[in-house]
Design a protein. Structure first.
Length: 268
């Protein structure tokens, strides 16, 4: 692709459900390759819906989505899977698969023979298991893993798809402090490849620490986009989350957000 063609371009995207609820409202932006991008906003703001429109798990109501300048609406599911991988917030069912089998699923969009994998596919999976620190777990059932281990396996599965764009939905929501940082370090390292990683996450301080760029959403709309250390302010926290918060920088220059109180209206 030409250097001036964005990896991802979203044009006037909207998604309305049958009950009339508009989850995403006229969102437009573009992303180049080689970035870790944070997608931030309150619950129900449209983050997950937008990501599902990008890989066509949901059909958009209006607008256009392009990967490397090509509309995803013109692509088959397997073609989209070769360009875009998805790491869900939760794995609802593992069907008794082992770690190795789960990661191998990521190679299926590339298989030339529908019945078996090649030695190259197996080598790529073994390399990913080693890279993400789960090689010793390859024969273990996925449902026997800890939350941190399972998250690394799902990222490894997305990685072996060799995507141009990886979308990760709330990767640290069930993880302790150590594993939150570990997962973000893995994602940070991955964008050194010719890939952009889009991460939907609630931990704003974590996003500011690791992301090159942040998209801020509220009620289905994109309200801010830019360097997290510039756009994340106390005023933005008030506008988007209806909370009073202290936003500052530590001695290493890293941004932190300390919520203090909810300022919206509520009744008992």
């Amino acid at each position: 692709m030409k250097d001036d063609v964005p990896l991802l371009e979203v044009r006037n995207l909207s998604k309305m459900y049958e009950d009339g609820f508009c989850a995403v409202k006229d969102v437009s932006y573009s992303l180049p390759s080689g970035l870790l991008v944070g997608l931030i906003g309150p619950n129900g703001c449209g983050k997950t819906t937008m990501m599902k429109c990008i890989n066509r798990m949901h059909e958009s109501t209006q607008g256009e989505i392009l990967i490397d300048g090509e509309p995803v609406a013109d692509k088959s599911p397997s073609e989209i899977a070769r360009a875009v991988s998805n790491v869900p917030a939760e794995l609802r069912a593992s069907f008794g698969l082992t770690v190795f089998e789960t990661v191998m699923l990521g190679r299926y969009p590339h298989l030339q023979n529908i019945w078996w994998e090649t030695h190259e596919d197996e080598s790529l999976v073994i390399d990913a298991l080693e890279k993400f620190g789960v090689l010793h777990l390859q024969d273990r059932s996925l449902n026997m893993l800890s939350s941190g281990e399972r998250q690394r396996v799902l990222i490894a599965k997305a990685y072996v798809q060799n995507p141009r764009l990886m979308m990760v939905d709330e990767p640290t929501s069930h993880l302790d402090m150590k594993y939150k940082l570990e997962v973000m370090e893995y994602l940070r390292a991955m964008v050194k490849q010719d890939m952009t990683v889009l991460v939907a996450e609630h931990d704003i301080s974590l996003m500011a620490r690791y992301c090159d760029l942040c998209l801020i959403m509220k009620k289905g709309q994109l309200v801010a986009m830019g360097d997290p250390k510039r756009i994340i302010t106390e005023e933005l926290m008030q506008e988007v989350y209806e909370v009073s918060a202290s936003v500052g920088f530590d001695k290493d220059g890293e941004l932190f957000v300390l919520p203090k109180r909810y300022t919206g209206k509520f009744t008992l």
